[in-house]
Ligand binder design. Structure first.
Ligand SMILES: Nc1nc2c(ncn2[C@@H]2O[C@H](COP(=O)(O)OP(=O)(O)OP(=O)(O)O)[C@@H](O)[C@H]2O)c(=O)[nH]1
Length: 627
């Protein structure tokens, strides 16, 4: 029993020590994997949205619930990777960002809070909440500067720059986009540097510098095609088409829009197909192919959701133009009104002014001179203010171009600060790794020590057993038998329960040795031991106390019962088929029984048993006598 307990104890220690490093290892491995996934998502290093979602789910699955740092990274990634095509998707994306902002409001500012604020502003601009979006983005950028976090500054200024550029606020847009461009390049974030460059190029185009835009765009298209980034390549292909259009190269522009239509047909993306058809139709209108344009626009109208206010505003404007050309003035006016809604929602002043101009044409064609004049006056007013802004933008653009040295110095300082922080983080990470290695080493040492300790205990137990066992018969030896006999005697003294012993001895054993040899004599002794041990209870002790003398200890057995047991043993041995050992062998034993009366020690009881055994021998052997 004790032996078993020891064994289980060591097994338990072994398992604990064995599994401790395994769990530490598993956690460490998961973290390494999670960090690699994070990097992949952060660098946009995946083929499409589906792969992106899979990566995000895998990241969530493997990070531990109590891993605060990675859980925060998950919230940030999740915020940016929500679906945002429809109005309801946009609303739920905004809601998620707002809820998380409340959760992570302390400490302020923090990287997660800043990133969530950027995320919120990003979605708000697409849902038409332009002023709020600008506030959120600007606050986030201020926080990013306070945190001296160049990546967040770059993200914030890139998003704000794109938004301002779309709205026609070129000077601020260029300042933002040039800053973010340098930061992305310094941080070696190639994907985002290219993405930002495409916005920068679009800004030049909108600003009237389509040549510069085209130069950047053609280069970018090569980069994307080489990297097999087909979505990005298509996006830049569209930008190139717009630049070509602005440069009056309408056929080349149309060919590129058609190329985009083919691409989206293979992708079976109905919204993007509708967008491509709208763009082609816009070019067809310029070529006066009105009917052809109308077919495409009607197809697009069925698929393009109004929440896509950019492409949708163009669709509405083109439909207004087409119906004007077809002299269907009411319809033209209706679409012009819808275009106004889109342009105002997206804050696109340039677009809205173009729409106002067309509206004035519609009124004029309708013969409504009053409204035609009013609308035209409105157009001139806005046009002049835009022109003024354009002038100031041009000055600012010059300034922005000359200011790049200042921006560069500021950015370099930021990057250096970021590198310092990165170094500190690496040191911390190294320390963490060291701790894990130490835990593993200590566990291995403990494992080795416990294996040795276990072996030592097993060996000790073996020695103990050998010291108390008779080598030939494997019975308890004389020392052990007497020691256990003393113990039973003491128990009987205390409990007043009976205790008996049987001393037995092989009859004429000398003759067996002399005639059959000592080896055969040994076999007889082993058999006698086996027969007697098999006939006793587990609580009895059978020991070999001399050459061919044995002693049986019978706790809780009185004299009558002991005599009965002794007789049964003598009979069994006498009846045993000894010819199995040697043909003419017939072995018997004589036994003496003694029971505890009031002996203080074992020796008087042994003496009594020996006396009885002597009597049995004297009585002719093969019998039992009791004292
Ligand atoms: N084979 C073998 N013989 C042993 C061993 N120990 C003692 N003996 C022998 O046992 C014999 C004991 O002989 P005795 O004491 O004369 O008694 P006996 O011949 O059995 O005659 P009774 O006891 O009077 O019936 C001796 O010949 C011992 O050598 C042993 O371990 N192996």
């Amino acid at each position: 029993m004790k032996k078993k307990l020891n064994f289980y104890f060591f097994i338990a220690i072994f398992i604990a020590i064995y599994f401790l490093p395994i769990s530490v290892f598993a956690a460490y491995y998961d973290n390494v994997k999670a960090d690699a996934i994070y990097k992949k998502i952060d660098l946009a290093d995946y083929v499409d949205q589906i792969e992106g979602e899979k990566l995000l789910n895998e990241f969530k699955r493997i990070i531990a619930a109590d891993d605060d740092i990675r859980q925060k990274l998950y919230v940030r990634l999740y915020c940016w990777n929500q679906p945002s095509t429809t109005d309801s998707e946009l609303a739920s994306a905004i809601k998620y960002a707002q809820q998380q902002l409340l959760i992570y409001s302390v400490p302020y500012p923090s990287a997660i809070h800043t990133d969530l604020l950027l995320c919120l502003g990003y979605y708000k601009q697409f849902s038409g909440q332009l002023d709020e979006a600008l506030d959120d983005l600007s606050n986030a950028i201020n926080n990013a500067y306070e945190l001296e976090d160049p990546r967040l500054i770059a993200d914030g200024r890139s998003i704000r720059g794109s938004m301002l550029s779309y709205q026609g606020n070129y000077s601020s847009a260029l300042e933002d986009l040039i800053t973010s461009q340098q930061l992305y390049e310094n941080l070696n974030l190639t994907y985002w540097a290219n993405d930002n460059l495409s916005e920068l190029a679009a800004s030049y185009r909108r600003f009237g510098d389509a040549d510069t835009a085209l130069k950047y765009q053609i280069k970018l298209e090569q980069v994307y095609l080489k990297a097999n980034l087909l979505m990005e390549a298509d996006s830049i292909n569209n930008q190139i088409a717009f630049s070509l259009l602005e440069l009056g190269r309408i056929d080349e522009s149309t060919a590129r829009f058609r190329q985009s239509l083919t691409f989206w047909k293979t992708q079976q993306d109905s919204v993007s197909i509708a967008d491509a058809k709208t763009n082609i139709a816009g070019n067809l209108i310029k070529l006066n192919k009105i009917d052809e344009a109308l077919v495409l626009l009607k197809q697009a109208e069925k698929e393009l959701p109004a929440s896509y206010d950019g492409p949708h505003s163009s669709l509405m404007l083109y439909l207004a133009q087409v119906y004007l050309a077809k002299n269907e003035f009411d319809k033209a006016l209706e679409y012009s009104q819808l275009a106004s809604i889109d342009f105002n929602r997206g804050g696109n002043q340039r677009g809205e002014n173009e729409n106002i101009y067309i509206k004035s044409d519609i009124y004029q064609a309708k013969g409504d001179i009053d409204n035609a004049l009013k609308t035209l006056q409105k157009f001139i007013k806005i046009h002049m203010s835009l022109d003024k802004q354009n002038m100031s933008d041009r000055n600012s653009e010059m300034q922005a171009r000359f200011d790049t040295n200042k921006i560069k110095t500021e950015n370099e300082w930021l990057i250096q600060r970021d590198k310092d922080k990165e170094q500190q983080l690496q040191i911390l990470q190294r320390n963490e790794n060291m701790q894990i290695i130490i835990i593993i080493l200590v566990a291995i040492i403990l494992m080795i020590v416990s294996v040795f300790a276990y072996k030592q205990v097993v060996r000790k137990q073996l020695f103990r057993r050998l010291a108390l066992t008779d080598e030939l018969t494997k019975l308890a030896n004389r020392r052990d038998t007497y020691s256990q006999g003393n113990y039973f005697l003491k128990s009987s003294q205390q409990s007043a329960k009976p205790f008996s012993i049987i001393s037995f001895d092989a009859d004429h054993f000398k003759i067996v040795n002399d005639t059959l040899g000592h080896d055969m004599g040994d076999k007889v002794l082993v058999k006698l031991a086996a027969i007697s041990a098999s006939m006793m209870r587990d609580t009895d002790v059978v020991g070999r106390v001399g050459g061919e003398e044995f002693l049986i200890l019978l706790p809780n057995i009185d004299k009558t019962k002991a005599i009965e047991i002794a007789n049964r043993l003598v009979d069994t041995i006498a009846k045993y088929d000894w010819s199995q050992i040697s043909p003419r062998l017939h072995q018997t034993i004589s036994a003496g029984v003694a029971s505890y009366t009031n002996e203080v020690e074992l020796s008087p009881l042994l003496l009594k048993a020996d006396k009885a055994l002597y009597c049995a021998k004297a009585a002719g052997r093969n019998c039992v006598k009791a004292e």
